[in-house]
Write a protein that binds this ligand. Structure first.
Ligand SMILES: [Zn+2]
Length: 328
C-alpha cells in the first residue's frame, strides 16, 4: 500500500472511558439511548461514542479500508479540561499521554502520538512538553483558546519557547463549545465556529507578535487553516491601514504563512484545496481526516490533479516535518 499519513485523528483513551464509567470525572457520563446506542454526555452536551473512538483494531481496520497507512492520534478536544483544577488536569493529561504512547508502541509503526498539555498552568505545560519530547513525541495539541485567554497572551510565551526549543509542532484545535456563536442550529458551532476559532487563534499569534518573539514556532492549523487562506488579503489590509499600535508583529500577516503555519488538507472539496495550495506552499500542507467524527473526510485531496502535490500532502511532508522530528 502506498504510504498515506493522517495527521489529524482523535481517540477517547480507555483510561478516560474507565474513569467516566467509574464516576471519576465530574460532569461527564454515559447514557443509553433508546436505539441501544451509548452516548457520552459532557455537562448537557452529547458526544458520539462507538468502537472507532477507542478500539485500536477497529481503528486499524478503518485505516486499511480507507488506504491510510499511518495516523497521528490526539485526544478528542472535549478532553482538554482547561477549566478544571490543575490537580485533576495534570495527572489526567499525563495518563492520556502515556496511553497514546503505549498505543503507538503496540501498533507496528502505524499509530503515532500527539501529546496534550494542561494549558491552565504554563509551567506544568512546559514540564509536560519536556516529558513528551523525551518520549519521542513530535506534535502536541492545544486548544484555540485557553479558558478566557487568547493564544497571544504574554503568559504563554515561555510555553511557546519550550515548544520551539524542543522542535515540537503545535497543533491548534478548536472546541465547538468555545465557538461563541449564539445559535448551534444547522451545526453552526462546528461548520462556522470551528474555522472561526482557528482563524482567530492564528491571527492572534501573528498580530500579537508571537512568531517574532519565537521565530522557530511551527503551528499546524486543522480544517485547512479555517478562514486564514481565504481572508489573508483582509488581514494584510488591516495591517496597512490601522494604527501600528494595534499590531505587535513586525511584518504583514501573509509574511508568516509560509514561515510559521502548517495546514491540514481537510476541506472536502478539490477546489478548496487548490485555493489553500495557492496561498500555502504545498510543502506545508499535510493530509488530515478528523477521524472518527462525522465531519471527517478521507478522500477529497486525492482528486487533486497534481501528482506531486498529492505525494507531498499524503506522506512526504508529514515524514519530513513530523516523523523525522520524532527521531531527533
Ligand atoms: Zn479534529
Amino acid at each position: 500500500m502506498k504510504r498515506c499519513i493522517d495527521v489529524h485523528a482523535h481517540i477517547l483513551p480507555d483510561c478516560f472511558i474507565e474513569a467516566v464509567r467509574s464516576g471519576n470525572i465530574e460532569d461527564v457520563r454515559f447514557e443509553n439511548r433508546e436505539s441501544g446506542k451509548e452516548v457520552l454526555i459532557f455537562g448537557t452536551s452529547p458526544h458520539p461514542f462507538n468502537g472507532l473512538f477507542h478500539d485500536q483494531n477497529a481503528q486499524i481496520g478503518w485505516m486499511d479500508r480507507n488506504g491510510i497507512t499511518d495516523q497521528f492520534i490526539s485526544i478528542g478536544p472535549r478532553l482538554f479540561f482547561y477549566d478544571r483544577p490543575l490537580e485533576f488536569a495534570a495527572p489526567f493529561c499525563r495518563m492520556c499521554n502515556d496511553e497514546i504512547l503505549d498505543r503507538s508502541r503496540k501498533s507496528n509503526g502505524r499509530i503515532h502520538p500527539v501529546g496534550g498539555v494542561p494549558m491552565q498552568d504554563v509551567s506544568t505545560a512546559i514540564e509536560e512538553i519536556r516529558y513528551l519530547k523525551d518520549q519521542g513525541v513530535s506534535v502536541v495539541q492545544i486548544g484555540a483558546t485557553v479558558n478566557d485567554l487568547n493564544l497571544d497572551d504574554e503568559s504563554f510565551i515561555p510555553f511557546y519557547k519550550a515548544v520551539s526549543d524542543a522542535g515540537v509542532i503545535l497543533l491548534i484545535h478548536p472546541l465547538i463549545e468555545n465557538s461563541n456563536i449564539r445559535t448551534k442550529r444547522h451545526h453552526l458551532g462546528n461548520v462556522v465556529g470551528n474555522p472561526f476559532q482557528t482563524t482567530a487563534a492564528a491571527y492572534n499569534l501573528i498580530a500579537g507578535g508571537i512568531f517574532d518573539k519565537v521565530p522557530g514556532l511551527q503551528v499546524l492549523l486543522v480544517h485547512g487553516g479555517g478562514f486564514i487562506p481565504y481572508q489573508l488579503g483582509r488581514l494584510d489590509h488591516a495591517y496597512e491601514v490601522r494604527p501600528r499600535a494595534e499590531f505587535l508583529c513586525m511584518h504583514e500577516p501573509s509574511w508568516y504563512v509560509n514561515r510559521n503555519l502548517l495546514f491540514d488538507s481537510l476541506l472536502f472539496d478539490r477546489t478548496m484545496i487548490e485555493m489553500l495550495l495557492a496561498i500555502a506552499d504545498p510543502s506545508r500542507v499535510m493530509f488530515g481526516t478528523d477521524y472518527p467524527y462525522d465531519m471527517a473526510d478521507t478522500d477529497s485531496f486525492l482528486t487533486l490533479g497534481n501528482d506531486d502535490a498529492i505525494e507531498m500532502i499524503s506522506y512526504r511532508n508529514s515524514e519530513r516535518i513530523l516523523l523525522s522530528a520524532a527521531e531527533r
